[in-house]
Design a protein around this ligand. Structure first.
Ligand code: PLP
Length: 418
């Protein structure tokens, strides 16, 4: 018997039962799984020039107007006058005010409705803590996996259904080219919460004013709460709403979460925010914002003060211009990738309102397409099924990348699918 086997046999076990909700996860979280496959590929082909257009991580440097503000704040921490420790868990006042005036001007959102965070993903989980385990939820399919996964962790869901790659009792609102990537709400069952992302990751589609008006009305008719994720709003090219609060009445039914990650390259710095309007009430009349505040104070001690200095610089006139420049660069990448696939005869979606290109491979398994692309041309993408059952038959190609890599990947796609 190998020493490893012996060790396994005698392994000490605690008396703590595994959280049954964790045991519901059958498939690995998609992004670590993609990284695992990329690493395995690199082991198999150590000399391959692998290009990553998978995980939506930013690649371009943070504009200097922003890093210099962080540097200044960091240096100040070394002085008696400039030192600060814990700040308000909800975020520093000037940043909350700047977020309100930059993104919600004239929408009736006030500084104290804004909670600054260490990123939208973290706030999605904190919101689930507010809702608890007995609520039901609806989600676009496909969509950013954190909504479903945080719901599973909370115990809002029944067992994983392998045959359809989804969890029981989550209402999956299928969004495909056939319905213009907006669910047919007449077919959607009532749920307590509705997670809705626009522009959507992965499809890149942005809901119109009319569609969002329908969504708000749907929530109102059902007494539901919308959690609206606007993490890509600054990428929008058309004049559809940037915020759910552009829709009249939304403050009574919606929360909005957003992030500096994809605007300013803050995926590593970590800074986001969530808007919980004071008008949003639970069925007993208690303000949702008060419970969110309690969760924020319990689970979080505020975003890094250095990151918040960066956030404030992002919202200065020079910072806003610098963010738009970076966003334009990524959108040009998206245009290159979309054009490449279109000229190869594929149906291509997204790219105009988001840094993602969503490509249809009708009748094919998205994992098969992912494997084919990785194996033959050493490019990492994301299989659509990783975003929910509505993503099967598609792959997502991210526009986050250095230009030379995007151009090189485009050449390789042409070789593969010509
Ligand atoms: N929401 C969406 C739709 C995303 O695509 C992402 C990241 O990819 C996030 C939220 C996470 O943002 P953050 O880095 O602020 O946690």
């Amino acid at each position: 018997m190998s020493p490893f086997k012996q060790k396994e046999k005698t392994a000490y076990k605690t008396q703590v039962a595994r959280n049954a909700n964790m045991a519901k996860f059958q498939a690995a979280y998609i992004f670590p799984e993609i990284a695992r496959r990329r690493d395995a590929h690199l082991q198999k082909y150590p000399d391959a020039q692998v290009i990553s257009l998978g995980h939506g991580d930013t690649t371009e440097p943070i504009p200097e107007v922003i890093t210099s503000a962080m540097e200044k704040r960091s240096q100040a921490l070394s002085t008696l006058e400039g030192y600060s420790g814990y700040g308000p868990a909800q975020g520093e006042k000037p940043l909350r005010a700047a977020i309100a005036s930059t993104f919600y001007d004239n929408l009736g959102i006030e500084e104290d409705d804004i909670f600054v965070s260490d990123g939208a993903k973290c706030d999605i989980s904190r919101l689930q803590l507010v809702f608890g385990s007995s609520v039901t939820m609806a989600v676009q399919s496909p969509s950013y996996p954190a909504y479903v996964q945080s719901s599973v962790v909370m115990g809002q869901t029944a067992q994983y259904q392998k045959d359809v790659e989804k969890f029981g009792n989550i209402e999956y609102m299928t969004c495909t080219p056939e319905n213009g990537f907006f669910p047919d709400l007449r077919k959607v069952a009532r749920t307590d919460t509705i997670f809705f992302c626009s522009p959507n990751n992965p499809t890149g589609s942005a809901a119109t004013r009319e569609q969002l008006t329908q969504l708000v009305q749907f929530a109102k008719d059902n007494g539901s709460i919308i959690v609206y994720d606007s993490a890509y709003a600054m990428y929008m090219s058309d004049d559809n709403p940037r915020s759910i609060f552009e829709i009249p009445g939304a403050k009574e039914v919606a929360i909005e979460t957003s992030s500096f990650s994809k605007y300013a390259g803050f995926t590593g710095v970590r800074l986001g925010w969530t808007v919980v309007p004071k008008q949003l009430l639970f069925s007993d009349g208690f303000p949702v914002a008060k419970d969110f505040n309690r969760i924020v104070c319990t689970c979080f001690s505020g975003a890094s003060n250095i990151a918040q200095a960066g956030g404030l610089a992002c919202l200065s006139p020079e910072g806003i211009k610098a963010m738009h420049d970076v966003i334009s660069f990524y959108k040009e990448n998206a245009g290159i990738l979309a054009y490449t696939f279109e000229s190869l005869g594929f149906k291509v979606y997204g790219g105009k309102n988001a840094p993602y290109v969503w490509i249809h491979f009708p009748g094919r398994s998205s994992w098969d397409v992912f494997n084919e692309i990785l194996e033959k041309i050493h490019v990492v993408t994301i299989p659509g099924i990783g975003f929910g059952p509505g993503g099967e038959g598609f792959i997502r190609v991210s526009a986050f990348g250095h230009r030379r890599n995007v151009l090189e990947a485009s050449e390789r796609f042409k070789q593969l699918y010509k």
